[in-house]
Design a protein around this ligand. Structure first.
Ligand code: ADP
Length: 380
């Protein structure tokens, strides 16, 4: 017998699959293309795409880990100043596989003058990407799709237009509700559950924006308009690196990596040496103190979950040893909720980063941990 909780579980798993599919598609395709020995330029482009999509995926998994937060709509946005062009680019990349598989023509129209929004990069890309993916899904093959961006005073209007199935007038106010689909469209929903537009509406509202739909009915196409407030422009010159990860010059450092997973430790080692740092790897918490005394690192990257002696115990041992007491120690953990960070702080860690860790996160964490130790314990 199928119980209510079975149904709830099935529904939840389906939602997960829906949310994870968008970033997974370009990753899968990117790997296939890389396996076919593309040109170095193409390989570089694909790496950039995969990099962005992986960041999206990690963010989605982060949110999904805390299921109750998602189901109660308690998603915390990570807002920052972002160029609108980044959002449009990520959204087009995410929707590209569906656009291509439908053999649609996609036109993107965007003013040359840069525009900036105060927003959550992942969520805004998800908003536009979802609208574009829907345009591709609900338009018969060979359709015409366009993505237009218009500045209007202090706002920007992002419009996604298709010449597909259209939406009956009676459904236009309902499609933004959770689990609502137009009955005649379900064959084209490609596993969708009617959650995309509900999330889109919620995310747009969380950015002080609005969304509207317009369609003259069946087979007349649809037009979705998102309006968002713009930020003031930044002065000439300051925008030269806009949207690029900032890679400040940093001094070479000596880093001790303690992680029982040898593959993870080795990859971190590669990343550190790419960054110009020296490193030593240790796979057992019990060896960490001896290695630290001998290697004299500038900072330690310490895994939490290790079998013999976990990261908390290692960090406490550092803090009790007069020779190691002031070492900057960074927790590397799969857990990143507030209570997890409080726990590492209490055990004496200077900083907490959540796996998987990228170049910029790692460099920032090293700098912050080393600086905060220097401020707390200045060298005489
Ligand atoms: P999903 O596509 O996963 O079913 P959404 O919440 O994204 O869920 O969309 C809800 C419903 O709105 C869809 O099932 C579809 O019937 C309708 N819809 C959304 N976008 C379009 C579009 N561009 N053209 C026609 N119908 C659309």
């Amino acid at each position: 017998m199928v119980t209510r909780s079975d149904r709830y579980k099935d529904q939840f798993l389906a939602i997960l699959a829906h949310e994870l599919r968008n970033p997974l598609t370009p990753l899968r395709m990117g790997l296939d293309i890389l396996n076919s020995q593309p040109s170095p330029e193409r390989a570089q482009q694909i790496h950039a795409v995969m990099d962005r999509q992986l960041v999206h995926l990690v963010r989605l998994v982060d949110d999904l880990l805390d299921v109750s937060r998602v189901s109660q709509g308690k998603i915390v946005l990570k807002k920052e100043r972002i160029p609108l062009s980044d959002i449009i680019q990520s959204a087009v990349e995410a929707a590209r596989p569906l656009v291509d598989s439908g053999r649609h023509a996609l036109r993107v129209d965007m003013p040359v003058r840069p525009m900036w929004v105060n927003g959550d990069r992942t969520r805004l890309a998800q908003v536009v990407g979802n609208l574009l993916s829907n345009a591709a899904k609900y338009t018969p093959p060979g359709g015409k799709l366009s993505l237009e961006v218009h500045r209007e005073g202090q706002d920007v209007r992002i419009v996604v237009i298709d010449n597909g199935l259209g939406i009956p007038l009676a459904m236009q106010s309902k499609i933004f509700e959770l689990f609502t689909q137009v009955g005649e469209h379900t064959a084209r929903a490609q596993g969708g559950l009617g959650i995309g537009l509900a999330l889109v509406k919620q995310f747009v509202a969380m950015h002080d924006g609005s969304i509207a739909v317009q369609s003259d009915g069946e087979n007349t196409g649809s037009r979705f308009t998102v309006r968002l407030p713009l930020l003031a422009e930044i002065p000439e010159g300051a925008s030269a690196n806009a949207g690029q990860p900032v890679r400040p010059e940093h001094p070479p450092r000596r880093i001790l990596v303690v992680d029982d997973n040898e593959d993870v430790a080795e990859t971190i080692g590669w990343l550190l040496s790419e960054m110009g740092h020296e490193f030593r790897l240790v796979h057992d918490g019990r060896e960490a103190c001896d290695a630290a005394r001998e290697f004299k690192p500038d900072a330690v990257l310490l895994d939490i979950g290790m079998p013999q002696m976990d990261g908390y115990a290692v960090c406490r041992a550092f803090r009790e040893d007069p020779a190691l007491r002031d070492l900057p120690v960074i927790a590397q953990s799969g857990w990143g909720q507030e209570q997890d960070k409080n726990k590492t702080a209490k055990a004496g860690f200077d900083h907490h980063i959540v796996k998987p860790v990228g170049y910029d996160d790692l460099e920032r964490a090293l700098t912050l941990a080393i600086q905060s130790r220097r401020i707390a314990h200045p060298v005489p």
